[in-house]
Structures are given as C-alpha cells and as structure tokens.
Design a protein around this ligand. Structure first.
Ligand code: KG4
Ligand code: ZN
Length: 332
C-alpha cells in the first residue's frame, strides 16, 4: 500500500511516498524561507502563491525519484494536512489532493498537522509505542500531549501566548539577526555565557503544564534598551545564550512536570524548535526521562510525517471524501 503525503500548512511544501506504515520511497521538500526572510516572518499571501508554484514540479520530482510511472495504478491513498495552519497555504494542498484523488480514483484522508508531528517521532523511532508524551514546539505551537494511543491524544498544556519558535524569531529581530531566528540564536548561543543575563523562566512555579513566552521577549527588549541607553555595546552572544537558557529551562521544566503528573517517562519532541541543540542536550541528560529525539530533518514540517499519520488514520478506519476542507484552527 503506497500513501502520498502532502504538507502545505505553513511555508514548506512537503511531499512524500510511503510504502506501508514506515518505508519511505521518496520525499521532497520546497522551503520558502529565503523569500520570507526579508519580512522577518511568513507572509501568508506570498506563502500560498509559492505553494501553488512549487506543487506540480515537486510532485513530478517525487514520482520520478520513486520511479512511479502510473500513479493511478501504483498510489493507493492520499493523505493531506487539513489544519491547523494558514488558510491559503492549506487550500493549495487540500485542493490539489482532491484533484489528484479524483483523477487517480483513490481515497483521501485529512490529517491534523499536530498528529503529523507526533508521527514524525513514530517514524524516527520504531520502538516508540504509546503511551508517551509528545512536546510539539515550532513557530506556531508549544504544546505537550499525552499520546494514550494512536488517535487518542490528551492535551496536557500549551502556551498562553507566543509559541517558543515565534519567540526565537522575535528575539532575533530585536538583535537585528536574520529570520528564522532559532538556528542563528542556537549557533551564537554556543559562543555566549548563559548566566550573563538573568532572564526569567516563564511560569516556572505555576504548578501547571503551561507556557508563556511573550514576557521573556519583553525582558530581552528591556535589557537591550538599557544597554543602548547607557551607550554600551550589545553582547549578542551572551543575550542569545541567556535567552536560550530560559526557553530550554521552561520547556524541560514543564516536560518534567508532565512526566510527574502522568507517570509516563517516554517523551518525544518535534517541531522546528526540537532542532535546538541546547534543548536536545538538556532532554538527553534528564535522568527520569526517556527522550526520543528525531533527526533535525524530521523535526521540521515534511510530507513523510503526514503520509505516516494519514496511513495510520486510514488503517484505523477513517476516510474522507471530496467534501473535505481546510480548517486553519483545527485542534487535535
Ligand atoms: O516546525 P517549523 O519548521 O515550522 C512551523 O512553525 O510549523 O518551525 C519553525 C520554527 C521557527 O520559529 C524557527 O526559528 C524555529 O522553529 N527553529 C529553531 C531552531 N531551528 C528552527 N528554534 C530554536 N533552535 C533551533 N535550532
Ligand atoms: Zn509544524
């Protein structure tokens, strides 16, 4: 059984072909990051137009690299992200999926993008079976789920305001660093001193599995303003290291709390921020946590995770039809 996975929820066009539950036949990705970089973030209208331009050439490349000559005969299922995400971006994927499903006469299954991120872990770690905890940390999400079974997810907590990745991007902007901020802050932080600035660890004593990152961003802003007012140079590397320390302490602290509350020691991470070297190292060091950390390529948005989640969903008896539509604010 071959599944075509389609991901277009934000600014990455990701397509993949999966045989059975986990054998990747081919995967291709088109990133728009360079186009959005000058704007300091994803411009939704531009994103949807670029998905539209990228989609068909990317599909041709995918079919060619998997040596699929007759997709109508060889592809059995189409899995597509239906939400959450940007409406215009989602529409390109969903409408393309509907067209292909009709042309090829194959079933279509809608996938929640967050379930996709959970399946990125399942793909990366064959031995990972529920129950486990899943920390999804990206530019749009900061959530911890209890994965009781495939298809049975319990949201333990989420951010009250900004997502962790969004905070990396905003702090990078304050420091005149390029978009996306996460990778560059990660790199500069390695040369900085993480205790130079005493940035607060948000909600560290709340006793709840919850996050908040907008106050941390403001704390960085005030530190920069203070230095500028005194005419002092901005120690960018130290600010990056101190800021990153606060984010990582917040994420790891709440993961620890979630483990304590649920008694589940297995923790999987995904989303762009899961690529952060300090977060990966901190989780690996936790003695009471069995951390499942996928390769960086599987942390960010891709078609493989959508194909895997869609295949699993289909096998659990879910199928959609051509009335399927995007839902930008879909919850899991
Ligand atoms: O999952 P993703 O590729 O896209 C979505 O937001 O769905 O995540 C992108 C986010 C950006 O905010 C980016 O700054 C952040 O992930 N990011 C990182 C790192 N690499 C990417 N944040 C911290 N450290 C990194 N190494
Ligand atoms: Zn994502």
């Amino acid at each position: 059984m071959i599944t075509l996975g389609i991901e277009t929820s934000c600014d990455d066009t990701g397509l993949a072909l999966l045989e059975g539950p986990r054998r990747v036949l081919a995967d291709v990705l088109h990133s728009q990051v360079e186009v959005h970089a000058p704007f300091g973030g994803v411009v939704p209208e531009v994103a949807s137009r670029l998905h539209q331009d990228a989609f068909l050439p990317l599909l041709m490349r995918l079919l060619e690299s998997a040596q699929i000559k007759d997709p109508k005969k060889e592809i059995d299922l189409i899995a597509v992200t239906v939400g959450p995400g940007l409406m215009g971006s989602l529409l390109v994927g969903v409408m393309s999926a509907k067209g292909l499903a009709q042309a090829w006469g194959v079933p279509i299954v809608g996938v929640n993008h967050l379930e996709g991120h959970i399946f990125a872990n399942v793909m990366a770690h064959g031995e990972l079976v529920p129950p486990f905890l899943s920390l999804v940390v990206s530019g749009g999400h900061t959530e911890i789920y209890e994965v009781l079974d495939y298809g049975n997810y319990n949201l333990l907590g989420r951010t009250r305001d900004d997502a962790a990745g969004e905070c990396f991007d905003k702090v990078a902007k304050l420091l005149d660093l390029p978009y996306p901020g996460g990778p560059i802050i990660d790199k500069l932080a390695q040369k900085g001193e993480s205790t130079t600035f005493d940035f607060p660890v948000p909600l560290s004593n709340s006793g709840e599995v919850e996050f908040s990152f907008s106050g941390l961003k403001t704390a960085v802003l005030w530190a920069i303003k203070k230095l500028k007012a005194k005419g002092q140079a901005i120690p960018v590397e130290d600010i990056c290291a101190s800021f990153q320390r606060a984010v990582v302490e917040s994420l790891v602290g709440k993961v620890r709390l979630a483990v304590k509350k649920t008694g589940i020691r297995k923790v999987a991470i995904s989303g762009g921020v899961a690529a952060n070297s300090a977060l990966r190292e901190a989780l690996r060091k936790e003695r009471d946590i069995e951390a499942f950390i996928p390769p960086v390529k599987m942390c960010t948005d891709n078609g493989i995770m959508i194909a895997a989640a869609g295949y699993n969903r289909y096998m659990r008896g879910h199928v959609d039809d051509l009335r399927i539509n995007p839902n930008p604010s879909m919850s899991l």
